[in-house]
Design a protein around this ligand. Structure first.
Ligand code: CTP
Length: 130
């Protein structure tokens, strides 16, 4: 059985999130998703997500092609998470192209193209402009 792992915030769950998770699942038998914690988001962007980590985790775990979900506490722990969840493949959006190539020694690293013209940031901006 091959295991795929991927990571993200998945705030205001949208079609781009659906597309990458759906495509990621096609690369293996089991899909594990690391949801970045509220604290990690704050550290990265000095902003909290709209939906808190437990809500984002509940939403992502309810998706039929997602098999397991955990909270990602730190960006630097990707190697540990890959080992812990016995992942064979790491999938990232191509906004991260090349950034995780050093993990190729323990799993296959694949970058998938992002869905065009949508992001959580854009949704927040569009709502502001209504
Ligand atoms: N993603 C995607 N296509 C999009 C938006 C996101 O494929 N249009 C992917 C990202 O590449 C990542 C995952 O979805 O692998 C989670 O991304 P996340 O950062 O949570 O979503 P964004 O909408 O990009 O959020 P933000 O605008 O806050 O960066």
């Amino acid at each position: 059985m091959s295991i795929v792992i991927t990571f993200g915030t998945y705030d205001l769950f949208h079609i781009g999130h659906h597309n990458i998770l759906n495509r990621a699942k096609n690369y293996g038998d089991k899909l594990v998703v690391g949801i970045s914690t509220d604290a990690l988001n704050y550290k990265k962007k000095q902003k909290y997500p709209v939906y808190c980590e437990s809500e984002r985790k509940t939403i992502v775990s309810s998706i039929k092609y997602v098999d397991e979900v955990f909270l990602e506490e730190s960006l630097e722990q990707k190697r540990e998470y890959i080992i812990k969840y016995k992942a064979d493949i790491l999938i990232m959006g191509n906004d991260w192209e090349g950034k995780f190539d050093e993990l190729n020694d323990i799993c296959k690293v694949i970058y998938l193209p992002r869905t065009e013209n949508i992001s959580t940031t854009k949704i927040k901006q569009d709502i502001k402009n209504l």
